[in-house]
Every structure is written in C-alpha cells, then in structure tokens.
Design a protein. Structure first.
Length: 364
C-alpha cells in the first residue's frame, strides 16, 4: 500500500506527493492511501473528487473508503489490466474549515504480468476471445489442434493474435495412454507440419499429455515413463525440424519421480526440462502460499540449465477439492496470487483454461 500525503501551507491547501506515491510498476490490485494534513469534510469526498483513471483515460472502477478524518483509501474493484501510466486525480475536496484543496494529479505505471492460457475447443475460436487475450496481457496461447478442421478456421483468429505479438503454440493434450496411438501422433505432426509450411503462425508445439492419469500408472510407472519419454523425443525431433520451440506441461510432483529405464536413471522433471525448450509446471493450488514451494525444485533446476519455466494455475472446478483451483475465489484473489508468483519467480503465469478464466473474470 502506498501513501499520498497532502499538506496545508499558509492557509492554502497544497498537494505534495511523497516519493512512495511516484511508483514505478505496481501490482494489479494496488491499493492507495491518501493522507491529508487536516481533517477533511466528509461531504466533499466522492468518486468524482478522487478518481483513478486508466492509460486510455477511462475511469477504473474503484472503492473510496474514508479510514479516519484525514485518511482516505482508494482500492481497485477489478485488477489493473491496461499497460501504461495510470493517474489518481484529486479535485473539489475541502477541509472542515472549508478550504479547497489545490487540484492535483499523480501517476503510476502498470505493466501486466506475462500470461499464457489453453484453448481446448478449436471449434469456438472467435474475435471476442482474441480481444480478451489481448486485454489480459497474454503473451502466448496454446491452441488444440483439430485435424478435421480446415486451416481457415484458425487463420483469422491467429492473424489477430499475431498482430498483437501473442505467440501461438500447436497444442496436443489428452489424459491416459493415447500417446501410445502412433496414428494419432502422426496425424497431429502431419497437420502441424502442413499448416506451418503454409501459414507459419506457430511459435512452437506445446504438449499436455498425462499418462499418470491412467489406472495402470501405479503398477507400470517405469514402463509408461519410458514410453512417454520416447513419445516426447519424437515430438521434439519434429519441432526441431520445423524450427519450432518445444514445450511440455508437467505436474509439480514429477520432481519426486525417479526413472530407471533405457534412458538411464534420474528425476523425471529434470529429464523433461533437459528435453524441451520450456516446461510449464502445473502447480494447481488456490493460493500463492501453497504454490510457491511446489515449483521450487523445478525452478532451481531450470535456472541451472538456463531454461525458462512457466507456472500454471487452475480456474476450472476440480473433483479433487476446492484447494486445487481458483474457481470459487474472486478475480482480485486470482490476480493477487499471480502478482505474488511473478514477483517471486519472474516467470510467466499460465491460467488453465480460457473459458473458466473468462467466467471468473466476468462473474467476480
């Protein structure tokens, strides 16, 4: 919380902004405290007298709360989203002695945390979704490949994203053992290759394949890991051939899985970091305090290997319990957590997944 102090000099109310108010980048839910040197006439305080404005000059929804006779708090009702310089303007505020405060405006800068998200339903790609991604500061999006869809179903959506420097990844994702289906893998790789050669929209291939969700995982962990590693190698080779980045989603607990197979012996998460350009750690908990330690090992190893890493959080309902997802929280709670995670690890935050993220933002 930062404070704006307003002093009275020679019977004229002047506004002097202390250094803490001249903030550089701030968090997306930053609350400001305004302290006056004399008691303020409560009747002169209103949303019209103290205003928070976005870089484009629009009023940002905020709550004005008088804490005592000299202190006022202005709190955003929704997270800051627009990148640039915001302003806090003070006008038409009077002291209890009917002295008018000299109008003043101070400013602060906001830069959105780089974000990513998944789009699992390629049949519903539309301009409204593209605008949401742009407004939320998304820097990359993983779009599920549906090989039966014509290329044209993707092109307009991808063109909008590309105009706003949003990276697009061809997404292949499923639970269980479908990665063992060689024909399915070949269809995916053939589609990506043909599309990329014709349009060139993809920055990379993104894999969210979860063999550990199959009931046989408990009994056949080592065998399935070996098969999964072979699958990963196959996709990595295609990515390299197409000069595309290769990214993998992994659960946070893969740093506890030791593999011993034809690939040698080691930590599963470390092997996957070594054989990709970037991993996304699915650290699904509904608060930053719980998430931070879950990604510590992977972050340390990726940093040592000079590999980037993304932290993923969940907004979809989960049968595993309320502690998994931000589904039943508020927009401010979600973005406060995003801010903490980014401030700690300085790495992009991926929100799973687009429709439930939109629903949370639109209803809370």
């Amino acid at each position: 919380m930062s404070t704006i102090r307003i002093y009275v000099l020679l019977c004229t109310l002047l506004v002097i902004i202390c250094p803490s108010a001249q903030a550089a980048d701030v968090s997306s839910t930053k609350t400001w405290t305004i302290t006056f040197s004399q008691p303020v006439d409560e009747q002169s305080l209103s949303p019209a007298s103290i205003q928070l404005k976005t870089p484009s000059g629009q009023l940002h929804p905020a709550r004005l709360t008088q804490l005592d006779d000299i202190t006022v708090q202005i709190s955003p009702l929704t997270p800051y989203k627009e990148s640039g310089t915001y302003s806090i303007s003070i006008a038409n505020v009077r002291s209890i002695h009917d002295q008018l405060i000299t109008p003043h405006t101070t400013s602060f800068t906001f830069t959105p945390v780089p974000k990513a998200t998944w789009i699992w339903n390629a049949y519903s790609l539309n301009e409204a979704d593209a605008q949401f991604l742009i407004s939320e500061g998304v820097t990359k999006v993983y779009v599920q490949v549906e090989s039966e869809l014509p290329y044209e179903a993707y092109v307009l959506f991808f063109h909008i994203l590309q105009q706003h420097n949003i990276e697009i990844y061809a997404l292949e994702g499923f639970a269980g053992l479908q990665f063992q289906d060689d024909q399915k893998t070949e269809r995916f790789l053939h589609w990506v290759t043909q599309f990329q050669q014709q349009y060139g929209y993809f920055t990379g291939i993104h894999i969210d394949v979860e063999p550990y969700t199959d009931p046989s995982w408990q009994q056949n962990e080592q065998q399935l890991l070996e098969q999964y590693f072979f699958y990963i190698q196959q996709l990595q080779q295609t990515s390299d051939a197409l000069a595309l980045r290769f990214e993998i989603d992994i659960p946070f607990w893969f740093d506890e899985i030791i593999y011993t197979n034809d690939f040698g012996t080691g930590v599963a998460s470390h092997w996957l970091i070594d054989h990709s350009d970037e991993v996304t750690i699915m650290a699904y908990r509904n608060n930053s305090t719980a998430i931070l330690p879950l990604v510590a090992d992977e972050f340390s190893y990726a940093t040592h290997k000079q590999k980037p890493l993304t932290i993923a959080i969940e907004t979809a309902p989960s049968f595993e319990g309320d502690f998994i997802s931000f589904y039943n929280t508020s927009t401010l709670t979600l973005y406060e957590a995003i801010d903490v995670l980014y401030a700690t690890y300085h790495t992009p935050i991926a929100i799973h997944y687009l429709p439930t993220w939109q629903a949370l933002v639109n209803t809370h």
